[in-house]
Design a protein around this ligand. Structure first.
Ligand code: XIL
Length: 297
């Protein structure tokens, strides 16, 4: 293939990018988006603060813009994210206990129902595990509503949109480590108890290297019976082109690694300001990392 999306499709995979609604009027941006990518994740527009700015009052305008642009280009959309400790609306940030739990359940029901049948997947829960060596949950207002909040979120999402793949998504899970093992144990438990979960996303915000057991880590999750995806890939550093190729080869080597998404198009679109971690330069020209990625697909 001559584009990322077409090359990924040759093995039944996809190649996606995060999209920001504010850039849909930028013709260079949209030109690359439509040419290279066949999956889209809304960078911010489907998050809790964006979709429910005041409690019980929902705003889908920007999420719908991104969805409609993607569908018009033949792309599918990954919903991101229903339940997360970050980018909660102010009204939710200070909530706790059953009030917060009920608000979370209502949020998931409303948003997943709005997009019902139109998304290929949802990041149902994002970043719920702690960094470091403990392997446990991150402390957050959602966690403090009870350890069952994650399975409740997944069951609620399944009821609202039975056709969407339901994913858990996190970062610093790129190798076999205490954090990824904590998530692995949760997924194994969900599978054993019939809690609906279909996929695990590995954000893969990397700095100049990738753990040697990256592929093995993807494979151990796949062996639990879930699909795996690289969901927010960006890589800074002088070894960037080689590391991109290595990440792509790892996904290609795992049958249930169904696709990769980069977290933005041009370096100037990246949330990692000044780190130039993406595949296109500020002018929209292909970087060495683009070529190494394309060649690895
Ligand atoms: C980031 C966006 O890229 C920024 O625009 C925003 O200001 C903060 O969030 N993990 C995630 C993504 O799951 O939603 C985050 O996106 C990056 C880290």
């Amino acid at each position: 293939g001559t584009t990322l999306g077409a090359s990924a499709a040759e093995t039944g995979r996809y190649f996606g990018t995060a999209v920001s609604v504010g850039k849909l009027g930028d013709s260079t941006y949209v030109g690359i988006l439509n040419r290279e990518f066949n999956r889209v994740t809304a960078e911010n527009e489907m998050k809790w603060d964006a979709t429910e700015p005041s409690q019980g009052s929902f705003n889908y305008a920007n999420g719908d813009r991104i969805l409609n642009q993607a569908v018009g280009n033949g792309s599918r959309v990954r919903g991101h994210a229903l339940a997360w400790h970050n980018q909660q609306p102010g009204w939710a940030q200070g909530m706790s206990g059953s009030a917060l739990r009920n608000a979370m359940v209502n949020h998931i029901t409303q948003v997943a129902t709005h997009y019902r049948g139109r998304l290929y997947a949802w990041d149902v829960v994002n970043e719920a595990f702690a960094d470091g060596n403990g392997g446990g949950r991150r402390d957050s207002n959602l966690q403090r509503t009870g350890n069952d909040w994650i399975e409740v979120a997944f069951r609620t999402a399944r009821a609202a949109d039975p056709g969407a793949k339901l994913c858990y998504n996190d970062y610093n899970t790129d190798g076999v480590n205490a954090k990824s093992t904590g998530i692995y144990n949760m997924v194994a438990d969900f599978k054993a108890r019939g809690v609906p979960i279909d996929c695990v996303g590995f954000q893969s915000h990397l700095t100049n290297s990738v753990p040697g057991d990256y592929q093995a880590n993807l494979q151990r999750f796949a062996n639990l019976g879930v699909d795996v995806q690289i969901t927010e890939l960006d890589i800074s550093g002088s070894n960037q082109a080689n590391v991109y190729a290595s990440v792509v080869r790892s996904c290609m080597a795992v049958a249930r690694c169904t696709g990769l998404t980069v977290w933005g198009i041009r370096d100037s679109d990246s949330w990692r300001t000044g780190q130039n971690p993406l595949l296109f330069d500020n002018n929209g020209n292909k970087k060495a990392a683009y070529t190494s990625t394309l060649n690895a697909l």
